[in-house]
Design a protein. Structure first.
Length: 293
């Protein structure tokens, strides 16, 4: 039997572990044991946990708890009707004290402290794993004519890790005024640069909601604006917003050149089709628009 090349071997492990992570993300409410996950990976259970740690940068058990606690953190911040005890149970932690200790160990805040005043900057640190997987997904890009859209806009200027704080402020404005209802209006995000190549103090990101009328001045800092109409390349991204850059880079690095397109003088923008408080992170849907001439 011919021996696989190193590149082929790495690709096989990436495929297997990507399959496992996808399975975990879609089954957070189930018991996830080593035996079952090693079968998903088609690897011996005696080696699977070591392979997982080598590629992902943390243990299997810690990764599963991190993903469950990540979902719990969104529930604490955006689903005020849910009790902390119920959120802990959904994270598969039956003892409230154990849930509190686990949450604080990862995020340096207790669940009640996070609910009152989430520290989003330190919230990101547990997820900076040394993930060596080069996840790939089919990229189906099309061209559309995006209609000019009047929006209410709130700018975030500062570290990208603090965007959630601005988003929470915008949600509060929506709920207070009712001028851009979440259920019936469109929600957009407009990054003015790449956070990976921009000084944190200079990074700008706008959160927007479509409106049917001009909004009055307010204490939230929300202003009237418009997303201009015109031709756009559009790609639907499925899954975590943390991996949006993979889809964005595909458009810029490959699709634009292959299709002899030119970029228009307006930043790319996102249309959020659903939200983390409505669906699991793996089921998030985001349309990415890149304006074209």
């Amino acid at each position: 039997m011919q021996k696989r090349t190193q590149k082929e071997n790495l690709a096989q492990y990436e495929t297997r572990l990507s399959r496992v992570m996808e399975f975990i993300n879609h089954n957070l409410d189930e018991d996830l044991c080593l035996e079952e996950l090693s079968q998903v990976a088609s690897l011996s259970k005696f080696h699977f946990h070591r392979v997982f740690h080598a590629y992902i940068g943390t243990s299997l058990a810690n990764y599963i708890q991190l993903i469950r606690l990540k979902r719990a953190s969104f529930q604490l911040a955006f689903e005020q009707h849910k009790t902390i005890i119920d959120i802990g149970l959904e994270a598969r932690i039956n003892n409230p004290e154990t849930f509190t200790r686990a949450f604080k160990r990862h995020f340096q805040q207790t669940p009640s402290e996070f609910r009152k005043n989430p520290q989003w900057l330190q919230w990101h640190s547990p997820y900076q794993l040394s993930n060596k997987l080069n996840r790939k997904q089919p990229m189906n890009v099309s061209c559309v004519n995006f209609p000019e859209t009047q929006v209410a806009l709130l700018s975030h200027i500062g570290p990208a890790e603090m965007i959630m704080q601005t988003a929470s402020k915008f949600i509060a404005w929506r709920k207070t005024t009712g001028l851009s209802p979440i259920a019936t209006s469109k929600t957009f995000g407009i990054p003015h640069s790449d956070p990976k190549t921009t000084e944190p103090s200079e990074f700008r990101w706008d959160v927007c909601g479509s409106i049917n009328q001009q909004i009055p001045s307010n204490n939230y800092g929300v202003v009237n604006s418009v997303i201009p109409g015109g031709r756009c390349a559009v790609l639907q991204h499925k899954g975590s917003h943390d991996t949006l850059d993979q889809s964005i880079y595909y458009i810029y690095q490959q699709w634009i050149g292959e299709n002899n397109e030119e970029l228009r003088d307006f930043p790319c923008f996102f249309h959020y089709l659903n939200f983390i408080h409505d669906v699991d992170e793996c089921d998030l849907l985001t349309d990415i628009y890149v304006p074209l001439k």
